[in-house]
Write a protein that binds this ligand. Structure first.
Ligand code: TXA
Ligand code: MG
Length: 342
């Protein structure tokens, strides 16, 4: 299959491109598109055969359910059996935006493959002009995971999608780099208090300011039963070389570099501007220290840049857990499989 990449990130008339995208989706095909978090790989969520193609293209395990994207808040009632009062408040405050709500699903509407047989549905309204234009023209719900091959970091640029899914999908809408850079927060509102299944673009602090206490889901290995966010059990975002998290301390970094080089290994570093060191074989900056937003925006690209090097290992300099820092460190925990350099 030929993969077309069409820019919609400009002021020219994109009508034809959107029509093309709508045609592909309506005839059961896949289209990758930008959202404010990461690029998504979309299929019409009521079309079982189309949704199956997403799992094939990504190499995604079938027991990991997808998020349904809608273009208007009012559509929620078509797919959710019950919209709790707390969900209404959250949608009003954070939609369109990087918050996915897990609710009881109305049976018989969304394709079974989307929810991997669960009775709940994850749903969000993205805050990106391209995603919204597409959804509003389509007037149908779109199931869309991140548009990467399973196990790769989520794509924050159309080029990343092309790299991973070239030849497997017909169309990528190129809307430039995504803004937030980590995925949406997944919040289960079927329970009280609500539970964060995946930290993301909306922070725990932001949620709690609006609705009071929310809980963080236990790590999969600490859960007695099946994890509620099935995706949590997979090691996501695993780079090619082993990745270790390290403290933001220049002296510790230099001594780590020295000992790694003594073993004859080459190392790539992901870290803030301030800790840049010429002793690293590669250094990919994620912006100013303590700027969590910049780190979120640049992290996945930096991991992909590390993958493109000959590094034998990667050191990622940690940040604190406030705000979107929690989502950033959650992704680094996964990428490192819990490994720290000490
Ligand atoms: O920002 C995002 O959320 C991006 C963009 C494209 O919207 N999408 C994304 O989708 O990250 P994906 O498939 O990579 O991650 C969806 C997450 C997975 O961890 C999955 O297990 C969880 O949402 N999920 C989906 N449906 C669920 C459900 N019914 N109950 C619990 N977790 C669910
Ligand atoms: Mg994903």
């Amino acid at each position: 299959m030929e993969t077309e990449m069409k820019s919609v990130d400009n002021l020219v008339d994109n009508e034809e491109t959107y029509e093309h995208a709508v045609d592909i989706l309506k005839s059961g095909g896949l289209v990758a598109f930008p959202t404010e978090t990461v690029y998504g790989l979309g299929a019409i969520a009521t079309d079982e055969q189309a949704v199956k193609k997403i799992f094939e293209a990504k190499g995604r395990p079938a027991d990991n359910p997808l998020i349904v994207h809608i273009g208007n808040q009012s559509e929620v009632g078509k797919y959710a059996a019950e919209v709790p009062e707390v969900a209404e408040r959250l949608m009003k405050a954070f939609w369109p935006g990087p918050l996915t709500l897990v609710m009881e699903m109305k049976p018989g509407v969304i394709a079974n493959t989307v929810t991997a047989g669960m009775h709940t549905l994850a749903i969000r309204m993205p805050d990106h002009p391209v995603a919204l234009a597409l959804l509003q023209k389509l007037q149908l719900p779109v199931a869309a995971p991140s548009a990467n091959r399973s196990g790769k970091p989520s794509p924050t640029e159309a080029e990343h999608v092309y790299h991973d899914l070239f030849g497997k999908i017909p169309l990528i809408l190129d809307g430039g780099a995504t803004g937030i850079g980590v995925e949406s927060t997944v919040l289960d509102v079927t329970v009280t208090p609500p539970v964060i299944l995946r930290p993301g673009g909306i922070s725990k602090e932001q949620l709690e300011e609006l609705i009071g206490t929310v809980q963080l889901a236990a790590k999969p290995e600490d859960q007695a039963t099946t994890p509620r966010a099935p995706g949590m059990k997979y090691t996501h975002y695993a780079p090619e070389a082993p990745l270790f998290v390290i403290e933001p301390d220049a002296a510790k970094l230099e001594s780590a570099l020295k000992s790694i080089h003594q073993q004859g290994k080459r190392v790539a570093i992901i870290g803030p501007d301030e800790l840049h060191t010429t002793n690293a074989d590669w250094y990919f900056s994620t912006g100013a220290m303590h700027n969590h937003e910049a780190m979120a925006a640049n992290l996945y690209k930096a991991i992909r840049q590390c993958d493109a090097t000959e590094a034998d290992m990667i050191l990622a300099i940690e940040t604190d857990l406030s705000g979107i820092g929690a989502a950033v460190m959650n992704r680094l925990d996964k990428a490192s499989n819990g490994k720290r350099f000490s």
